[in-house]
Design a protein around this ligand. Sequence first.
Ligand SMILES: O=C(O)CCC(=O)C(=O)O
Length: 252
Amino acid sequence: MLTIPSVSTEQIDDFNKNGFLVIRNAFNDDDMIRIKSWTSELENTPEESGKQWLYHEKSKLNPETQLINRIEKISPFHDGFAELSKVLAKPTATLLDEEAVLFKEKINFKMPGGDGFKPHQDSQAGWEDYARYFISVMVCIDEATIENGCLQMVSGFQQKGLYREWEPLTDEDMADMEFIHCPTKPGDIVFFDCYTPHASEPNMSNKIRRLYFATYNKLSEGDHLEKYYADKYKTFPPDIDRIEGKEYIFRV
Ligand SMILES: O=C(O)CCC(=O)C(=O)O
């Protein structure tokens, strides 16, 4: 059984004030051996329509090379990640002050040459069609550094709520924001609010940076995982199910 991370009263206050919370060594070495082996297992499983969703990208270091960009919708097909998402729901419930239900999950691989993420708030990706509020938890699988594109977070701006949907943050939005690098080691976890501005740089180093993200909403706002993925499938299906010649645009 994986360790169940917990959050103290002081950490709840920090989360509410800053919009994010870093907990170092939330998972121990044994936990991380398991989580890393599950990740490699997924990476090496041949793609199959109707199973976990794989997306690829062109390497920024060598445009001839295709990289795994991310794998989504994992728990329904993998017992290990199903356990991880259940374990993470517990401290998230403490922060939500209510039982937490999984909304979506993914592993961002950010291999050497993998792209970064423009500054955004997660709810900008149309999440408010499903529920009002979400908390995501990041589990650091490989060390994330400034060089390989660790998360960058802005403190305090979650209190302003949603800027606008389907567009990343503009220079004007960001005029007063300070993006802080958030380097993490395997086993560290980061909780963040759906309105917390965040970003990350491409990985131009030679070290892979895999991070797992699970997003939850309050159970009282419903269980939307299946509907969310059914809707997303229509506009941004996994690579294996794409129609040749059709253009698919990642917006936020
Ligand atoms: O993996 C990262 O660096 C950031 C991920 C992120 O911001 C997102 O997927 O919304």
